[in-house]
Structures are given as C-alpha cells and as structure tokens.
Design a protein around this ligand. Sequence first.
Ligand SMILES: Nc1nc2c(c(=O)[nH]1)N[C@H]1C(S)=C(S)[C@@H](COP(=O)(O)OP(=O)(O)OC[C@H]3O[C@@H](n4cnc5c(=O)[nH]c(N)nc54)[C@H](O)[C@@H]3O)O[C@H]1N2
Ligand SMILES: Nc1nc2c(c(=O)[nH]1)N[C@H]1C(S)=C(S)[C@@H](COP(=O)(O)OP(=O)(O)OC[C@H]3O[C@@H](n4cnc5c(=O)[nH]c(N)nc54)[C@H](O)[C@@H]3O)O[C@H]1N2
Ligand code: SF4
Ligand SMILES: [Mo]
Length: 757
Amino acid sequence: MPGSWEKTACILCECNCGLEVQIGGEGDRHFTRIRGDKAHPASKGYACEKPHRLDYYQNGPDRITSPLRRKDDGTFEEIDWDTAIREVAGRLAAVRDEHGGETIFYYGGGGQGNHLPGAYATATRRALGSRYRSSALAQEKTGEFWVGGRLMGSMTRADFEHCEVGLFIGKNPWQSHGLPRARVTLKEMAKDPKRTMVVIDPRRTETAEMADIHLQVKPGTDAWLLSALGGVLVQEELIDRAWIEEHVDGAEDVMAALREITVAQYCEISGVSEELVRETARRIGGAESVAIFEDLGIQMNRYSTLNSYLNKLLWVLTGNFAKRGAQYIPAHIVPITGKLDKLAAGAEPKRSPVAGERIIAGLTPCNSIADEILTDHPKRYRAMIVESGNPAHSVADSQRMREALSSLDTLVVIDIAMTETARLADYILPTATQYEKAEATFFNFEFPANYFHVRRPVFGAPEGVLPEAEIHARLCEALGAYTHEDLAPLHAAAKQGRAALLPLFFGNVLSNPKLSPMAPVILYRTLGPHLPAGLQSAAVVWGLAHQAARENPGSLRRAGFDGDGFEPAEKLFDAILDSPSGVVFAVDEQDENWARVKSPNGKIQALIPELLEELASLGNASTGTGDSAFPFVLSAGERRSFTANTILRNPEWRKKDRDGSVRINPDDASQLGVGSGDRVRLTTKRGSVEVQVEVSAMMQAGHVSLPNGLGLDHTTQGGTRIQTGVAPNELTSTEDRDWLAGTPWHKHVAARIEALA
Ligand SMILES: Nc1nc2c(c(=O)[nH]1)N[C@H]1C(S)=C(S)[C@@H](COP(=O)(O)OP(=O)(O)OC[C@H]3O[C@@H](n4cnc5c(=O)[nH]c(N)nc54)[C@H](O)[C@@H]3O)O[C@H]1N2
Ligand SMILES: Nc1nc2c(c(=O)[nH]1)N[C@H]1C(S)=C(S)[C@@H](COP(=O)(O)OP(=O)(O)OC[C@H]3O[C@@H](n4cnc5c(=O)[nH]c(N)nc54)[C@H](O)[C@@H]3O)O[C@H]1N2
Ligand code: SF4
Ligand SMILES: [Mo]
C-alpha cells in the first residue's frame, strides 16, 4: 500500500535486521523510506547504513522477468514458463536416466536473506536423485563445523552481549556485523572498564581501533599466535582443571601438546610481542566469561581448520561453555550444519565422487567443484542447478569455474538477476525478489532467547517471475514425482483446516517413501493456498515448526508454546504467521547446552589427533608469502561499509569507494611511488588486474586488501554492460585450500604490485 509502513528485514548480511519500509515512487514499486524495526526480537530497531540503499536491490537494472533459454549462438531467448519447466525437467531427467541422479549437482539455496528456496529445492533434488550439493558455507564454515562436530557434535556461537572478555579472530564486526546490533554491543564492551575486547587481525580495523587489545598478527600466522595463547594458558596453569575434569575427555594430550609450545618463539613468528600475548592469555584465563568469534580472516587462510581447533581449545580449557557470556549451542528451527553428531562419534565424513574431498555438513568443498566437473571420470558432475548463489564470481579461480560451468551438459540458474553465473546457463528461471514473496533465513543463533522471522511480501511480483516454491513444485510435477491423485485427499483436508491436514501429512505423506521426499512442495501446494495472503511460500515452515517442537520441547514451552501432541508446534506456527516482526520461538536455560552436546558420553572430546599432528608440525614454517616474485599477501575480499557479496549489482548503491580500491600500507605505497587514487597492476600466479589504490594506515607493511562483491557486470542507464572494480576470484587459485576441510585461502594470496604510468 503506497505510503504505508510495512515490516520486513534487511537481506544484506546474515543478521537480517528487522526493517520498516515505506513504499512509493514510480508505480509504487520503490522503497521511499527505511528504518530499523523496534519490534524485531534481535535487532530491536538497529540498522546499519546499508539497508537505506535497498532500492538498488529491488529495482536493479539487471533484473530478469522472463524465463530464458540459451541459443546456439550463445545469446538468450525468452520462453514461456510451461516450455521452461518442461525442458528443464526433461534435460535434467535425461542426465539422471543416462548417468545417475548423483551427477546432478545443486549449488546455493539461499544467500544472506533467503533460505526457504533451499528448503523447497530438497524436493527437486530428491525427485532427480541428486546427492551432492554445496554453498558458500563450504568456503568459510566447514572447517569450523568439522571441529565443532568432532568436539561436541554441534556448532557453537558466543554471547558477546554479556561476556567479560570478547575476542574476535579474523573478524571485523564493525563492518561485517554477524552479531545482533553489532556496533551497539561493541561500543558497550569498549566503554566498560571491567570488560576487555581483543581483536586478532593483521589490519588495524575499525573494531581493532576500539579494542582494548589488538594482536596485530602477521598475515597467515594465527596458528602460531593461537598456539602461543593456548601455550600460556597451560604453562601458567590458567586453565579450569575442575571443569575440564567434569566435562572434557582427552584434555591431557591436548595440554601436553600445548605445554611443548615455545611461546617466545611462536610470538615472534606471529609478529606480536610476548608480553601482550601473555597479558591476553591471563585476561582470558582470569575472566568470569569469554566469548570468541572466528571468521573469514582465519577461515579463509592457511591452517584454517587447525586455527578453528586452537580457537575452540581456548574456551574448552577455560570452561567457557554453557554459562552466561560464553559459548553456547542455540536452539534452531533448521540446523544450517545438518547433523554433526556422527563426527562426535568418530565417523569419517563421506567423500566427493571425483576429488575424494571430505563432505562436511553435506557440502562439497567449493574449491573442488571445478575438479569434480572438468574430468572424464564417470561420476563427474554433469548438470547443475544454481539457486541464489553466484559461483562463477564467488568461488576461487573464476576462470576455471567459468570453464567448468560452461562444460556442463545442463546448467540451470534460478535467480532474480543476470549474474556472472546466469550468463553461462542453458536456462535461467527468474524468481520474485525477497520483497515480493514470503521469506526467512535460518541464520538465527541467539541464546537464551532465539527467534524466527517469516517476512511478508511488500511488493507484488512482476509478471513473468515465480517464487522458488512454485518453480520447485512445477519441476517436481513435471518430473512425475507425485500426481494430482496423490494430493487430492490432502487438498480436501487442508480445506477443512490444519487440524484435518495433520494426521494425513504425518501419516500418509511422511510414511510414504514416494511422497515423503516431496513434503516441502506438497505443503506448498496443499497448505500454501490456505495461508494468509502472500504467505504461501511459508508453507514449509509448518513442517519445520513441528520438527523444532519435537527437538526442543522445553525451549518452546518456556517461550509459551506448550500443550500436548501437536499443540506447541501449531501454536508456534500461528505465532510465526501472526508476527510480522519475528517471534521468539525458544527460551533456553544453560543446561540445554549440555543436552545439545552430541558426543556419545555427553562430554567435549578435546583430542583431535589429526590436528595435534598438524600443530606439532608447525615449527618455524615460513611467514609472509615465501615467494620473492609475489612479496605481498593479498586478502581478496574484505567486508567494507558498502559491500554486500553480489546481492546489489549497480555500483551506484555505494556511497563511498564505488570502484573498490586495494588498500595498501603508507610505506609500501611510497616505496612503489603511488598515492591514493593512482592505479596499479596487481598480479597473482592466477591473474592480473588493474586497480585503484587507497593508501591506508589500517594495513601493515606487506599486506594489501581488496573488497568483496566488486567486479560485477551491470547494465548502465544507457543500456551498455560494464564491470566495476576487481572480481577477487580472478586472482585466486583452487589448489590453495585447507588440506582437511578444503576451505580456500582467499585471505592469503601471494601477489605482486606494480605502479602504472
Ligand atoms: N559490509 C558487509 N558485511 C558483510 C558482508 C558483506 O559483503 N559486506 N558479508 C557477510 C558475509 S557472507 C560474511 S561470511 C561475513 C564475513 O565477515 P568478516 O570475516 O568479518 O569479513 P572480512 O572482512 O572478509 O574478514 C575479516 C578480517 O580478516 C582479516 N584478516 C585477513 N588476513 C588475516 C589473517 O591472516 N589473520 C587474521 N586473524 N585476520 C586476517 C581482515 O583484515 C579482515 O579485517 O560478513 C558478512 N557481513
Ligand atoms: N575471494 C573471495 N571470495 C569469496 C569471499 C571472499 O571473502 N573472498 N567470500 C565468500 C563468502 S563468505 C560468501 S557468503 C560468498 C557469497 O557468494 P554467493 O554465495 O555466490 O552469493 P551472493 O554473492 O550472496 O549472491 C547471491 C545471489 O542471489 C541472488 N538473489 C538475491 N535474491 C534472490 C532471491 O530471492 N532468489 C534467488 N533465487 N536469488 C536471489 C542474487 O542476485 C545473487 O546472484 O562469497 C564467497 N567468495
Ligand atoms: S547489520 Fe546486516 S542485516 Fe543489519 S542492517 Fe546492516 S547489513 Fe542489514
Ligand atoms: Mo559468507
């Protein structure tokens, strides 16, 4: 409604802050005003500077509004939806029938704001017999998931609102957020003399600037720094022995390894003074509570899985779990990690079919996707569905990724816009934006009160696009995964209400091997039409609410969703539909954390022999790039004030740094004879680009940094296609990856810089 304020959420980072938006402008298709929504349970009115530019997402010039089919000459032609669905289903079914469904690979399923498509896509994947998939999580979090799995069968998060010591490792929350109301929480921590904020980052980031302690590590040496911190904890007896005794297995071996660390030497390698490292360790050991957040600075770097382990040992050895201000395991509506409990029981993850890489949390490592395609191996991935992801841009070695994507039998892209990946597709299925359909994310990790937010559409969708739920339902139907007759009794029941649908769904559908895998789209078809207007795509949430109620009955009860049988889940689903700002679905007590530790005996399993071995082999290994031809360490993909992955394609959305400069230390700049605004050539073993320089005292000598989300194609007002800035993965290589989790070293790319005349 023009002029009215509607409730929704920001989709530009995983916080998904609640927003109130006013609609107006030409055709009432624009956001005219945007403000934080005070009623949102997590963001409470908070919003950073980015959502004010969301109209660039909603009204981007690269929007696609008709299904497109690639012609022989490489250009696209518009086709109608019936043709598109019939041909896409036909081509994928042909691949399945000839080579097996496991050769059909699925990528994406949700960006920073939309995870319902991924839930519906499980039906399509199953209809096709597809077994392998991946997403951006497999270039950042899978190492951490693996360690969390081995330690306790779960992922953890941390309570920065209440911690006495807050530690950020390779994380710049001032810009990247990742915790609710990040800047408020950071300011509170910084100004309270009783609390200590610690940042481990080679850059003097905005967060480091306000921290009490900045450990300005040399790029890529966190493994030494973190082992020195652990070494001090053990050697100075700053650990919590009684707690370890009660809750941890295998700690003796870990402590023995850390006792061996030569702290002075490791500090020197990492470039941080021993005095400061000891002070930090003592602060951690002596604090009432410690919260730690590791992110891309170590997760996309050398030794990434080892670093995750060393990080977690800091809180395991000091007993910083399951208490206020420390680490916790949140209740979930959907676990984004899948189940990690088998890892805690010692099981080895499955391997990818060609490269034999570990599949962690169900995800093929992004760095091995091209290897899984560009081969004549009979089990290679031959077809791919990409939904709400842009791997041609976001995965290491864009050139090789483009080659891999182009070589597929069939590539289908489901997106709102003409992306780098879509350009390579055989079919593009255009979808409604996140403001034109019901949406939700599964990135809700709060504790003790956790929330869920289903957003309603605030615009009608243009003709020619469909929400993903509808696309997946049609694909499943075209694949013959279920028939009209299968659904007839469900339709009849749904008409009478959810009470009538319940026994049929939980009985006839979930116990039927043919229908059960189709549950998401069956709910969309049968329950969807009876949901309040605009909320049809939320139908799958009904099933998720029932799952959550089974898994966390106590948490739901404390949040007010009580009763017998199906009652709590039904109340929760009603509350979700009736809460445009989001709803608290779980209220936890600290004991729930221990119930969620999934190791066989309920204790933390601290001993991970593979990683202790890696720790023992660290020694004096090289720092820097160790390559005189490429003397700089390039971090390719820094989060800045106006970057947002590839969600916004029009560079006009950026208020500053439109072209995305490479940041470089003042001494390095003067040695190269360049100043801010000059252009340089930046070269890695994989690629070479020209880019503008920003001389920045944030950078330490020898370290340079490029923003993420640049180098996107977009159409100007005059209709020409141009690219702005540098696409970071033109410079990265797939072999630069963690040996264990396969996560990339995007933050540690050896590079050379030359001044341009
Ligand atoms: N503004 C903005 N916010 C975002 C996003 C966005 O695109 N823009 N994207 C969202 C997404 S998808 C994610 S995953 C998060 C990521 O959030 P962050 O991980 O915080 O983001 P980055 O800036 O990529 O990397 C964090 C830091 O790692 C540091 N670093 C580089 N090398 C090293 C090293 O060797 N050791 C250590 N300790 N640190 C190092 C960098 O200097 C940088 O400050 O941000 C989310 N938030
Ligand atoms: N070198 C380097 N590479 C990196 C990183 C880095 O730091 N350095 N960071 C990595 C990280 S942490 C991440 S998370 C990834 C991000 O990279 P990707 O996971 O590939 O995703 P996004 O760039 O977020 O792209 C999201 C896509 O979703 C589309 N979209 C938006 N709304 C909708 C919708 O409602 N439906 C559908 N179907 N599509 C929609 C957008 O148009 C866009 O194409 O990049 C990774 N790549
Ligand atoms: S913190 Fe993230 S979700 Fe919140 S307003 Fe900023 S970009 Fe959007
Ligand atoms: Mo990410």
